[in-house]
Design a protein around this ligand. Structure first.
Ligand code: KG4
Ligand code: ZN
Length: 357
C-alpha cells in the first residue's frame, strides 16, 4: 500500500511517500520520500508562528514539494491538466492532517489533498483520502523506531505508556494495543513545548525556543536553581507547566546577573523530572512493558536519555523514533493513516483545529 501524506498543521510544510504493509499486530513501513520545508526564517522575526503567514507559505510550498517528490518541475506541475500525465507511482491513499493545529494552515493541506486526490483518480479510480489526527501521528511514530523495526511485533510491547510532548500538548496514554488505548492524563495549562518556547523568549533566544534552550542548557548546571516540579507527586497523571514558567520569569526578574546557561539547564531539568516521574509512575501502576515517547519535545536529548535510563531501571522497553520523526513531518501522518485504514476508521475531511486524542 503506497501512501502519500501531507502535513500542514503548523509551520512545517511536509509531504512524504511511505509504503506500508502488514496487519495490526505487525505493521511495517518503508519511507520512499520525505520532504519537510520549514518556515522558521519566516516566523522568527515575530517570535512565534503567525497563522496567516503559515497559510501563505503552505500554499506556496505544497505544489513545489509535490513537484520535487515526483521529480517534475514546478512550472510544469502548476498546469493542473498536466498532472495526470505524470506517473503517480501507484499511490493508493492520500493522507492529510485534519487537526489539531492552526485552522488556516490545516485548510491549505486539506484542500490541496482533495485537489490532488481528484487528479490522481484519473489514474487510479480506487484511490482513497484519509483524514489524520496529528496527535495519532505522534503517538504511532514509535513504529518507525529502531527497536520496533528489529522485532516488528506489537504484542511484546503492550501494555505501554506513551508520552506525547509537543508545542500544543502534553499527554499520557495507556496503550493496550495499537487500537485499544486511552488518555490517562494531560496538561492542565501550558504544554511542555510551549513552556520551553516561552522560557526561550525570556532568555532572549530566537524562535523556535525548545532546541535553543537545550543548546544553552548543555553549558549550564541543572542543580543551581531549585525551580519547582509542579504536580510531580500528585496522584493523577495530569501535568502543569505554567507555574514553572512563571518561576523562571520571577527568577530572572530578581536575579539580573543570573547565568542564562544555569537558568536554561535548571528549567529543563525541572520539566524533565516531572515528565519522567509521572511516566514511570504510570508504568508501575499499570504494569506496562514499554515506554513510548513522541512529539517535538521528544527531540530533546536529555529527555530521551532520562526516560531511557528510567525504563532500563524498571527493565521495560523504551521506544522513540529518530529526532527527525519527532518534530512535525508527513511520514508520521502516513503511519497513522495506515493504522486508521486497517481499523477501517473514518474521519471527516475538513480542518478541525481543536481535535483531541
Ligand atoms: O510536534 P511539534 O513539532 O509541533 C507540534 O505539534 O506542536 O513540536 C514543537 C515543539 C515546540 O514547542 C518546540 O520548541 C519543541 O517542540 N521542541 C523542543 C526541542 N525540539 C523541538 N523542545 C525541547 N528540546 C528540543 N530539542
Ligand atoms: Zn506535532
Amino acid at each position: 500500500m503506497k501512501i502519500l501524506a501531507i502535513e500542514t498543521s503548523c509551520d512545517e510544510t511536509a509531504i512524504a511517500i511511505v509504503e506500508a504493509g502488514g496487519v495490526l499486530k505487525a505493521p511495517r513501513f518503508k519511507i520512499s520520500k520525505n520532504l519537510v520545508s520549514s518556515q522558521i526564517a519566516i516566523h522568527r522575526p515575530f517570535g512565534g508562528v503567525v497563522p496567516n503567514l503559515a497559510k501563505r507559505e503552505h500554499i506556496k510550498n505544497l505544489p513545489i514539494i509535490l513537484g520535487k517528490i515526483f521529480g517534475i518541475y514546478k512550472s510544469e506541475f502548476l498546469v493542473p491538466k498536466q498532472i495526470p500525465k505524470f506517473k503517480i507511482q501507484n499511490i493508493d491513499i492520500v493522507a492529510v492532517t485534519v487537526g489539531p493545529g492552526l485552522e488556516p494552515a490545516l485548510w491549505t493541506g486539506v484542500n490541496f489533498a482533495k485537489e490532488i486526490c481528484k487528479q490522481f483518480k484519473i489514474q487510479n479510480s480506487k484511490i482513497k483520502i484519509i483524514g489524520v489526527n496529528h496527535l495519532e501521528g505522534h503517538l504511532y511514530s514509535f513504529l518507525l523506531s529502531k527497536n520496533y523495526n528489529l522485532k516488528p511485533i506489537t504484542y511484546n510491547l503492550f501494555p505501554a505508556i506513551a508520552l506525547i510532548v509537543s508545542g500544543g500538548h502534553t499527554i499520557l496514554v495507556l496503550m493496550k494495543s495499537l487500537t485499544d488505548w486511552r488518555k490517562i492524563g494531560e496538561t492542565r495549562d501550558d504544554a511542555v513545548g510551549e513552556a520551553f518556547d516561552k522560557v526561550a523568549r525570556m532568555l532572549e533566544l530566537p524562535y523556535p525556543g525548545g532546541p535553543e534552550v537545550e543548546r544553552l542548557a548543555v553549558k549550564g548546571d541543572p542543580n543551581v536553581i531549585p525551580f519547582p516540579r509542579p504536580m510531580m507527586n500528585s496522584k493523577d497523571y495530569d501535568f502543569s507547566f505554567s507555574g514553572l514558567k512563571t518561576s523562571v520569569l520571577y527568577y530572572l526578574r530578581d536575579n539580573l546577573k543570573a547565568k542564562k546557561e544555569d537558568v536554561a539547564a535548571s528549567f529543563q531539568k525541572a520539566a524533565i523530572d516531572v515528565l519522567v516521574a509521572k511516566t514511570m509512575r504510570a508504568v508501575r501502576e499499570f504494569g506496562a512493558k514499554s515506554v513510548i515517547l513522541s512529539g517535538g519535545v521528544a527531540a530533546n536529548k536529555c529527555l530521551r536519555k532520562e526516560l531511557k535510563v528510567a525504563s532500563d531501571k524498571l527493565s521495560v522497553n523504551f521506544l522513540s523514533a529518530d529526532k527527525k520523526f519527532q518534530t512535525d513531518n508527513a511520514v508520521i501522518i502516513a503511519v497513522a493513516a495506515y493504522i486508521q485504514f486497517l481499523r477501517k476508521k473514518k474521519r471527516v475531511i475538513r480542518a478541525q483545529a481543536n481535535l483531541n486524542l
